[in-house]
Write a protein that binds this ligand. Structure first.
Ligand SMILES: C[S@@+](CC[C@H](N)C(=O)[O-])C[C@H]1O[C@@H](n2cnc3c(N)ncnc32)[C@H](O)[C@@H]1O
Length: 214
């Protein structure tokens, strides 16, 4: 693993101590809206024993929401920060989720095995080739009829939140983030057969829904 990747892991390990507090301040009551919207957007025909993978799961809020709706789900949270995974474990008193430590660019799962693969508010923090590799890996591990759900913030209107958004985007690198924002859905369309876009009711977050087979 490169030094840069290790530096980022250290950053997220430290961030894990106040991540949930930060999200509370940053998103307020909208944080529940985004999770509910993401989980409700999942189209699952067979609702028993579904398999859900949350890439870059952080402190586990999204994957835990899936287990509330789909009680029999095999729910896996995946993140390269041990600190974030510890926080997720603390929140999972009922032992509903499995937590795996690893890099989004190299998933330790076989092909075509998940009904839903999601990635919430994290793709914009993956840099260049890591982001492309992560999308390719999501496509590889989702079932042919499954969905990849990617949630991201829209550019905020409030100037303080907007500054925080651009600081976050800079984690990709200034050129990369600017390019990626400009490209809209095209990076996803290059990888998936079917790509659609929807927005949370408040318009603060967007959901990119990708399928590898129509
Ligand atoms: C902004 S947080 C999002 C957490 C969570 N998905 C949420 O919605 O609250 C970004 C997460 O991505 C993880 N992450 C960043 N780069 C990663 C990589 N290359 N592989 C795996 N996880 C990564 C970080 O450790 C962090 O937990």
């Amino acid at each position: 693993m490169s030094k840069i990747r290790t530096g980022r892991q250290i950053f997220y390990n430290i961030f894990s101590y106040f991540y949930d507090f930060f999200i509370k301040i940053h998103s307020g009551h909208h944080r529940d809206e985004t999770r509910t919207f993401l989980v409700d957007s999942a189209r699952i025909d067979n609702t028993t024993q579904i398999r859900v993978l949350d890439i870059c799961c952080g402190t586990g809020s999204v994957i835990l929401s899936f287990t509330t709706k789909y009680v029999d789900a095999l729910a896996i949270g995946y993140d390269f920060s041990v600190g974030m995974l510890h926080k997720a474990k603390e929140k999972d008193a009922a032992n509903k989720i499995i937590l795996v430590n690893g890099d989004a660019a190299c998933l330790s799962f076989v092909d075509d095995c998940f009904d839903i693969v999601c990635c919430s508010h994290a793709l914009y923090e993956l840099k260049g080739q890591v982001r492309t590799d992560a999308l390719l890996e999501m496509k590889r591990v989702v079932k042919p009829e499954g969905q990849v759900l990617i949630m991201e913030h829209e550019v905020p209107r409030n100037s303080i939140v907007k500054t925080m958004f651009y600081i976050r985007m800079l984690m990709m690198g200034p050129t990369d983030s600017h390019e990626f924002l400009k490209q809209g859905l095209s990076p996803f369309k290059k990888i998936f057969t079917d790509v659609s876009l929807s927005h949370t009711p408040s318009g603060k977050s967007k959901l990119i829904i990708c399928r590898k087979k129509i």
